[in-house]
Design a protein around this ligand. Structure first.
Ligand SMILES: Nc1ncnc2c1ncn2[C@@H]1O[C@H](COP(=O)(O)OP(=O)(O)O)[C@@H](O)[C@H]1O
Ligand SMILES: [Mg+2]
Length: 330
């Protein structure tokens, strides 16, 4: 517990240069060993295996009990990108779009408060900021948010801070549970993008979530950051049912194979999304969903399948697999 701040469960100062060292210490109880890495196509799979063995050392360390996820009828899903550029935002936006397309009342919250990319990906300018809505949830005691939120043409709602930096101090970890509870009163699905570390805000939000979707790609830095994140999730007490691993930009012939990723992470990949840069960038550049650019294309199918997977588990508990029927999978 000593590595966590007294305020919350997050790590104290993510901006300090000791942040990574702290993570290593947290995981292993000692300073991380420096491993020389010579990366090339021939060696990287092997190196990944080596990395995995070293990474097993976390077992035996105390695991914190995770608080129960949010106790409302809605479902909260965090998209977590431990390494930038793996496509976390693209995935979150398109899963949100798919849920909205299937008439699920869905909001996507951009918790990257300073440089969040969700508004740009949706080509929208947020009318209401997160800080404003956080304050509304305080005065409202966690009741449903009253006034209209920004809505994309796909039907997906969006909440972001935009460039209103002067309001950032209003967004405290202590206020976040009430804010998400308020969103949970108004939406069936509350998706969160923009988290990529273990500071107080991030851990507070992930503690509330029913699912944390870790978005990884087939390269050593991303797999390594993912393996590290999975260990930290375990330390935070998140069980396997709470974590989903998505392999984005999947290519069958990549140097780092799907199997190597399995091995390095010590758990299976739950879903893959194919690599289709042209299609994804076309959608992002126009502020629309992949399924709007080319309905039924392979990339759109993969993104829909992920939406179905995430929704199905939730809806199975409540409604008997609406998405399974929709996709003809049972
Ligand atoms: N499945 C995919 N295939 C090809 N390119 C992708 C895919 N997903 C994302 N990208 C590209 O990766 C880049 C980074 O995506 P982004 O969603 O901003 O990543 P992150 O949020 O993890 O930093 C973007 O240029 C996007 O077009
Ligand atoms: Mg992002």
């Amino acid at each position: 517990m000593s590595k966590f701040s007294s305020e919350g469960r997050g790590i104290q100062d993510p901006r300090s240069s000791t942040f990574i060292a702290n993570l290593d210490e947290l995981e292993s109880g000692q300073k991380a060993k420096k491993r020389p890495m010579q990366l090339n196509a021939q060696t990287c799979v092997l190196r990944l295996d080596e990395l995995t063995e070293a990474d097993q050392g976390v077992d035996g360390l105390p695991v914190e009990a995770a608080p129960q996820p949010m106790q409302v009828a809605s479902r909260m899903i965090v998209f977590f990108g431990p390494k930038g550029g793996t496509g976390t935002t693209s995935t979150a936006v398109n899963v949100g779009g798919a849920l909205a397309r299937f008439q699920r009342n869905t909001v996507l919250v951009d918790m990257d408060l300073q440089l969040g990319a969700v508004p740009v990906c949706l080509d929208m300018k947020p009318e209401r900021s997160i800080a404003e809505l956080v304050l509304e949830s305080v005065s409202n005691n966690g009741g449903p948010l009253q006034s209209g939120l920004d809505k994309h043409q796909s039907g997906l709602h969006m909440v972001a801070q935009s460039d209103r930096m002067e309001e950032l101090a209003e967004i405290t970890s202590a206020r976040l549970p009430g804010f998400f509870e308020a969103l949970g009163q108004s939406f069936e699905y509350v998706l969160v993008d923009g988290l990529r570390d273990f500071n107080d805000h991030a851990v507070t939000v992930m503690d509330l979530a029913h699912k944390v979707v870790l978005v990884c790609t087939q390269d050593v830095p991303s797999v390594r950051a993912s393996a590290r994140s999975l260990r930290l999730f375990r330390r935070l007490g998140y069980g396997p049912d709470r974590i989903k691993v998505v392999l984005n930009r999947y290519q069958k012939k990549a140097d780092v194979t799907l199997e190597a990723v399995h091995n390095a992470l010590g758990q299976p990949v739950d879903a893959v999304i194919r690599n289709d840069f042209r299609m994804m960038i076309l959608a992002l550049n126009h502020g629309v969903m992949v399924s709007d650019v080319k309905p039924g294309c392979g990339l759109a199918k993969d993104l829909d399948a992920l939406a179905a997977l995430l929704a199905d588990e939730n809806e199975a508990e409540r409604r008997g697999g609406f998405f399974s029927k929709l996709f003809g999978r049972g």
